[in-house]
Design a protein around this ligand. Structure first.
Ligand code: AMP
Length: 275
């Protein structure tokens, strides 16, 4: 992969890179389409990264429909699919890990210890293999975007991080590879995730700036939905991930919930549709 990528860069071609774990859906497609538009070459990686899953998480049963993914990517006109085996990324001699620091200890990082160390370690390696000028990430995983931008800044990586707005189902549910596990009552309940965020975002637009009140709007709506168990509801600043005294446009309202054994996350940016 790396030799091909270096040859493209030496020929003056920009590479757009989309890292994924496969089980591709319309959200991934949006990232690839954007990369296709903005670069001469597009590389998509499909790698279910063991380092970002906790011991009790769904690594083993994460869906891996590689042939369907390949067919989808071919119709989107990508130049290369990078689908390495685990021991190519983590050979026995692999030892170094990226320490993401304090921003990885809140929100997703608090619920999933070690998750962002695993994410940043693989992203750094994948960037070196794919040599991108631009890399595309979904705003659905907004803390991931914040931490990847921190990685790029801290290590002076010559990559521009592009955050792409969340693609949703008609009822507002953020599209996710894990949605296929929801049975029909839970799938119906899942619409309240975006519904509750949207209600709070409208509250902000109407003048509510108390973070506790905005969070409470989300909590009450989620608590009123059978089958939904809240992990966290948090209003945070988009770069520090701290709770502001007063909400302002650009702050992010983020939630994580469990529906049965399925954990889903989503967020909205107050006063805007994107980061
Ligand atoms: P994953 O395969 O889940 O690791 O996701 C790969 C990339 O796709 C990440 O940058 C995600 O944030 C992004 N992504 C996942 N779901 C969506 C969605 N519904 N809309 C936009 N981007 C998404």
């Amino acid at each position: 992969m790396q030799e091909q990528a270096i040859a493209w860069r030496q020929a003056g071609e920009d590479i757009g890179f989309v890292p994924t774990m496969g089980a591709l859906h319309a959200g991934h497609e949006r990232l690839v389409t954007r990369a296709r538009r903005e670069n001469q070459r597009v590389i998509v990686s499909i790698f279910v990264n063991p380092a970002q899953f906790g011991p009790t998480e769904d690594f083993a049963r994460y869906p891996r429909p590689f042939e369907a993914d390949r067919a989808r990517l071919e119709t989107l006109g990508v130049d290369a699919i990078f689908h390495p085996p685990v021991d190519q990324i983590y050979p026995a001699a692999f030892k170094t890990r990226v320490d993401p620091g304090p921003l990885a200890e809140v929100l997703e990082g608090k619920s999933r210890p070690g998750h962002f160390a695993g994410v940043l370690t693989v992203v750094l390696k994948l960037f070196n293999l794919a040599q991108p000028k631009r890399a595309y990430f979904g705003q659905k995983d907004f803390q991931q975007v914040v931490l990847v931008r921190q990685l790029v800044r801290d290590f002076a990586l010559p990559v521009r991080i592009v955050a792409v707005p969340t693609v949703r189902e008609p009822d507002g549910l953020a599209i996710s590879s894990r949605n296929v596990y929801l049975d029909s009552p839970l799938r119906a309940a899942a619409a309240s995730i975006h519904g509750s965020l949207d209600a709070a975002a409208r509250g902000f637009t109407m003048g509510t700036t108390d973070p506790a009140e905005l969070e409470a709007t989300v909590r009450h709506l989620l608590e009123g939905t059978p089958g939904v168990a809240i992990d966290y509801v948090a209003l945070v600043e988009d770069t520090t991930l701290r709770r502001p005294d007063r909400a302002i446009a650009g702050n992010v309202l983020a939630v994580a919930v469990k529906l049965g054994s399925i954990r889903l996350i989503d967020n909205v940016v107050l006063g805007a549709e994107r980061l």
